[in-house]
Ligand binder design. Sequence first.
Ligand SMILES: Cc1cc2nc3c(=O)[nH]c(=O)nc-3n(C[C@H](O)[C@H](O)[C@H](O)COP(=O)(O)OP(=O)(O)OC[C@H]3O[C@@H](n4cnc5c(N)ncnc54)[C@H](O)[C@@H]3O)c2cc1C
Length: 463
Amino acid sequence: MSTVNGGISFWYAQEGIPDPREPLPGDTSADVVIVGGGYTGLWTAYYLKKAVPFLNITVLEAKFCGYGASGRNGGWLYNGIAGRDRYAKLHGHEQAVRLQQAMNDTVTEVVKTAAAEGIDADIHQGGVLEVAYTPAQLARLKAFHAVEIAFGETDRTLHGTRETAERIRVQGAVGSTWTPHGARLHPAKLAKGLAAAVEALGVTIHESTPVTEIRPKHAVTPYGTVRAPYILRCTEGFTASLKGSHRAWLPMNSSMIATEPLPASVWESIGWEGRETLGDMAHAYVYAQRTADDRIALGGRGVPYRYGSKTDNDGRTQPGTIEDLREILTRFFPALAGTRIDHAWSGVLGVPRDWCATVALDRSTGLGWAGGYVGSGVATANLAARTLRDLIQQDSGQGGPTELTSLPWVNHKVRNWEPEPLRWLAVHSMYAAYRGADRRELTGSTTETDRIAQYADRLSGRH
Ligand SMILES: Cc1cc2nc3c(=O)[nH]c(=O)nc-3n(C[C@H](O)[C@H](O)[C@H](O)COP(=O)(O)OP(=O)(O)OC[C@H]3O[C@@H](n4cnc5c(N)ncnc54)[C@H](O)[C@@H]3O)c2cc1C
């Protein structure tokens, strides 16, 4: 059987594409319009409606809820947030510790709320294990571990070769760090369950309804315009396709593969009984999960960016990327050399120029937005949603400032990306540098991070 490429994602091949909801029938009005039906939009609708049940909320979704990264991701629900270290520099260490604490709590919040709403998204709270398999990666791993502890994650642990192998036997692994603040989930089941929960609360969802322009108090679609005091842009990696936002968050590609279900004999050789989400310390890092039906789903960057901020065609990825990911899979687990790859797909995530996630409400226009999560959006979208709820309640006089509205990522401003071809050149050069650095670190014995990778980090605005 050959590998299915695209079809949105493996998660939808398993779950089935949901029945479409009705598009917008014509001009109308609402109290809040949410553009985009991914985790950010759906969680925002959820918390707003729960807080103020009489609010008239409309979600406008170009395709179907969960069509974007929310239905295609690696299913790492974890406490990482893009930009925390920069926020520490801008606002002080204590503020960044608050942000980190809020992220730790967010993992628990998602698990708890999914259970309360009866959403079965194959959630397993096994934490996150990140491994090192080169001397340079090990040095980075130890430094990373120390930094996380300094940001208040005192329950994070560090492991040597033997202890790492007791959890997951990644070939050549010389160390790992583990945090309990993470869970594995089935992305599409969460998106589908959330959309149903939101609808059951009385939120209106229109699918197959692309918004062509957002302006104060107006969301314009080919079928009509929805007027509302608040319009929230929750389009993450697709934001560049909106009028006036072409150079905002850059749509970065990430691709994944899913193996066939693996037999017990293979799991005996690999371990992974704790079902931790698994990552590494490479510059072009890898992320993986053991699925509920005993496959490995593994992702990495592949071709990172398409010229002109284009996005993929329903999740199709490049054949070369499938081979690269298969190579990583068998380098990690040589026992999988003959294993079938059932599915390959890709999606886009949003990268701001300074690599910092943000959530914002412009009180003078009523326009709000959240995103730029740079590949750490599964939990962050939930924190963003609760923050948007509080910002709107504050603005409409139904509440005051809260613990969430004073977090350092709220209303953070970021400059635009450079025009093409500079944007394309910058991202491709950066990832070429990372891949080269990973190769050199793999064959070398130095404990120092490759200089070119450090330079690429600085040049790209990543660190
Ligand atoms: C392959 C891959 C793996 C990832 N793995 C992880 C992971 O393991 N852990 C993690 O934390 N993060 C991961 N991420 C990132 C994470 O999935 C995203 O950050 C998160 O899902 C973003 O949610 P969102 O709702 O903001 O955006 P999306 O889920 O992308 O939703 C945006 C929605 O807006 C709709 N839309 C776009 N334009 C318009 C328009 N003009 N009008 C109306 N609707 C529009 C889209 O159709 C889409 O449904 C991954 C991302 C990818 C692509």
